[in-house]
Design a protein around this ligand. Structure first.
Ligand code: AMP
Ligand code: ZN
Length: 112
């Protein structure tokens, strides 16, 4: 549920500041501290799951995608990319599962 040395658990608990864009009981979204696009938002479950593969709660999985919809609608972002890096080989650096929303510039496809 809460992992002591996890930076995103600390953000979820308000122990480390973040620029919040969305919050409810289970989910928090905040601005990425090192944005890779003009809009770069991270969405996390407040509960600690290391990777997407570890999330065993299908309702929560749906709610995370609904948060993407709500946030992008609220910010009137029509064109965006959602990314989940699962594992270090895929670029995951913070091992508290999160979704990225990237927008505001042309995004290459396929990604690097
Ligand atoms: P990933 O590579 O998918 O694990 O993404 C981790 C993301 O977390 C990176 O884009 C970082 O810039 C971002 N990040 C790390 N620490 C913080 C923080 N304290 N506040 C906001 N974003 C952060
Ligand atoms: Zn965590």
């Amino acid at each position: 549920m809460y992992k002591e040395d996890c930076i995103f658990c600390k953000i979820a608990q308000g122990q480390i500041p973040s620029t919040k864009v969305f919050e409810n009981d289970e989910i928090l979204a905040f601005r990425d501290i090192n944005p890779k696009a003009p809009t770069h938002i991270l969405i996390i479950p407040k509960a600690h799951y290391e990777t997407l593969s570890d999330v065993d709660n299908e309702t929560l999985l749906g709610k995370l995608l609904q948060a993407v919809q709500q946030i992008t609608k609220g910010l009137e972002i029509e064109h965006y990319r959602t990314v989940i890096n699962n594992g270090s080989g895929a670029g995951q650096e913070v091992f508290h599962m999160h979704l990225h929303i990237l927008a505001g510039r042309k995004l290459d496809w396929p990604p690097g």
